[in-house]
Design a protein around this ligand. Structure first.
Ligand SMILES: [Zn+2]
Length: 476
């Protein structure tokens, strides 16, 4: 299959461009909805390759779409570029040494995700130009995947209208195709207002908002026994109402993350948690304001797009090899990884690779997971790719870019984010994604098949934006 080699060559030909983008965005380390330099860099990269950009999609300044070509099919690559707070870290250093104490860092590899997807869009465009093929290539610049679900705003705004196929990836500690799964997730602020008073002099005049937060949390903790076992509910007290114990707290706030396998399960749990909050307000004679700030829908893997992606992951997997120097580098990070995380990976290898005994032990001696998972965990996190996957047939893969068992959302990932191993994983992903898109350009009947597979997966469900009506992206 000549086109596999040619796409690979096209990616390699411009590898420096994509690697440079990866490394620069790593250094920008901009958090959600503030990815000004990162988004601009990717848009300019794509414009230098003949793409045209539309900005401000979904009401977010750092969301954009760059497009090249004309007519059907329309292939969309999803890219991200938001960093995480508190994950600042020096590159290549295997002890925790932040560049800026408490600063931002790319501890989830979204800089690599964005640059890799841009690489796929450019390579597909280059191939179509050479071969004189018709169709449209889009790159979706998706901000704020973390803690805000930027894509949900873009989907609501119609950014994916007319898009036939969506393709994306994520850096990881193993390589495989993401199946249907992951959890729908809402973030909701509960803000209580009470009455301040001298806590000793006139306690009977006070109505404590902090009491309301505590009672609400107790109520939710009692609810846990009576919710579906796959649901996850977490909270963080974001405002305690002050640090003086001798003043009745007139304000307090708690942020909830409510997750479950289906968005309808989350909606139901939120209804119950809202009622618990109202109950806490009633008990304490305070008032509660309920504000949902993000929504992630559960992910639906498209079997037709996924089959194409799997084919190319297999075809190119032999190219993911590492030099002795890289293996030493990876071992250094594996040694710095908590044992519990290594054991967590071991359990996955056991369950999903079917390894046991000496074979499993030999695999666990490696400093990186270098095999292709043919079955892959459904996952218990959440992603806004979910929202896209309900409206466009979507495939999404993970690619090994870090040392074995490396903890997600950690400084260990930030540290490895500019390594040659990460670059290698990224270029592999670019090739796999460009080829996946090319399948649908070469055989447009696959587009209809993918659409039918999506309808089957939806099984009568219709996408309705889970965001509150009229709610706009904001930094909170
Ligand atoms: Zn991520």
């Amino acid at each position: 299959m000549d086109y596999i080699n040619r796409i690979s060559e096209l990616v390699e030909h411009k590898r420096d461009l994509f690697i440079e983008a990866n490394d620069q965005i790593w250094a920008f380390a901009e958090p959600r909805f503030q990815e000004v330099k990162s988004a601009k860099l990717l848009a300019e990269l794509l414009e230098s390759q003949g793409f045209k950009t539309t900005w401000g999609i979904g009401g977010a300044d750092t969301a954009f779409m760059s497009q090249w070509g004309e007519g059907k099919p329309v292939i969309g690559f999803l890219g991200e570029y938001d960093a995480l707070s508190g994950l600042s870290q020096q590159a290549d250093v295997a002890v925790h040494t932040p560049i800026e104490e408490g600063g931002q860092g790319h501890g989830c590899g979204h800089h690599t995700l964005g640059a890799g997807s841009a690489g796929a869009a450019v390579a597909l465009k280059d191939y179509m130009t050479e071969a004189g093929l018709k169709g449209t290539v889009r790159f979706y610049g998706c901000p704020a995947e973390e803690n805000a679900g930027g894509k949900a705003f873009m989907v609501r705004d119609g950014a994916f209208d007319g898009c036939d196929i969506a393709i994306t990836w994520h850096t990881g500690t193993s390589t495989g195709l993401q199946p249907t799964g992951l959890l729908a997730n809402f973030r909701v602020f509960y803000t209580f207002k009470g009455t301040s008073a001298h806590a000793a002099g006139a306690p009977h005049l006070g109505r404590s908002a902090l009491d309301a937060v505590e009672i609400m949390n107790v109520g939710v903790n009692y609810m846990r026994e009576h919710m579906i076992s796959d649901a996850r509910v977490h909270y963080a007290v974001t405002d305690t109402g002050g640090t003086a114990p001798n003043v009745v707290q007139s304000r307090a706030q708690v942020l909830y993350a409510i997750r479950a396998p289906k968005v309808t399960d989350v909606q139901e749990l939120k209804r119950r948690i809202d009622n618990i909050a109202r109950g806490a307000a009633l008990i304490t004679e305070t008032e509660v304001e309920i504000k949902q700030v993000s929504a992630y829908t559960n992910y639906l893997a498209n079997s037709v797009v996924g089959a194409e992606m799997q084919k190319y992951m297999e075809a190119l997997h032999h190219t993911l090899t590492y030099t002795d120097e890289e293996l030493v580098y990876l071992q250094k990070f594996k040694d710095a990884t908590p044992e519990a995380d290594i054991q967590n990976y071991k359990a996955l290898a056991q369950q999903y690779l079917g390894l046991k005994g000496a074979e499993l032990e030999a695999h666990m001696q490696k400093p990186i997971s270098d095999v292709l998972f043919t079955r892959y965990p459904k996952g218990s996190g959440s992603t806004d790719v979910g929202d896209v996957s309900w409206v466009v047939p979507t495939a999404w893969c993970f690619v090994s870019c870090y040392s074995m068992g490396c903890t997600g959302h950690s400084w260990l990932e930030t540290a490895q984010g500019k390594s040659s191993v990460t670059h290698k994983g990224m270029l592999y992903a670019s090739k796999v994604m460009a080829l996946t898109g090319l399948s649908f350009i070469l055989d447009p009947t696959l587009v209809d098949k993918a659409r039918i597979a999506l309808l089957e997966e939806l099984d009568g469900q219709v996408y309705k934006s889970p965001l509150p009506e009229g709610y706009k992206p904001e930094i909170w």
